[in-house]
Write a protein that binds this ligand. Structure first.
Ligand SMILES: [Zn+2]
Ligand SMILES: [Zn+2]
Length: 189
């Protein structure tokens, strides 16, 4: 696997450094980010802020963070727990962007088909070398982007006393409790 790293472009090596290892998932996120950024650059002003919506929280998301600069801390990386290799890149201002989805059967053979199973290195190489349109289906999307998180004052939870964003506290029998305390009471979700 380490051989792959030496052969690969500098930006893929940066993803590997951040993620900690080479794997097929990282390669998918790398290719998806490159595809998305390329599509967007053809028609967006470079100073517009990017938002990434990722439909999984696996290895590939690390490549998205490195290549797009979208992170949880900045509020421009949004996770949807759908378990799909789908990556959406949008301009915050306009809500217009591209949806990049891994095609079925690219990595694992379609159901019922017998094919010699690829090992992780073979999968990674395949993902890094396939033409983009064989790897992904890419289409334009227009999605309303959630507003940036606003800064709000913290209030101490009545149970644990820890400062908590006011809007995240819930009132139960006259007490304002954080979600962590609600959960340990068996009340929260
Ligand atoms: Zn990985
Ligand atoms: Zn609490």
């Amino acid at each position: 696997m380490e051989r792959i790293v030496q052969e690969m472009p500098e930006d893929f090596r940066r993803c590997v450094e951040f993620h900690g290892h080479v794997c097929p998932g990282l390669a998918i996120g790398y290719r998806a980010s490159k595809a998305g950024l390329e599509e967007l650059h053809q028609r967006r002003a470079s100073d517009e802020e990017l938002v990434a919506i990722v439909e999984n929280d696996a290895c590939g998301v690390d490549a998205v963070q490195v290549l797009t600069g979208c992170t949880f801390g900045k509020g421009n990386l949004i996770h949807k727990d759908y378990g799909k290799q789908v990556f959406i890149f949008i301009d915050r201002e306009s809500g217009r962007g591209v949806r990049v989805a891994l095609r079925a059967g690219v990595i694992d053979p379609p159901k019922g088909e017998t094919q010699h199973p690829m090992n992780r290195e073979e999968k990674t190489r395949k993902i890094l070398s396939l033409p983009q349109n064989e790897l992904f289906s890419v289409r334009e999307v227009s999605i309303p982007v959630p507003p940036k998180a606003t800064i709000e004052p913290s209030v101490a939870c009545d149970r644990c006393g820890e400062p908590t964003m006011r809007s995240k506290l819930e009132e139960v029998e006259g007490e304002r409790l954080c979600r962590e305390c609600l959960k340990s009471e068996g009340l929260g979700s």
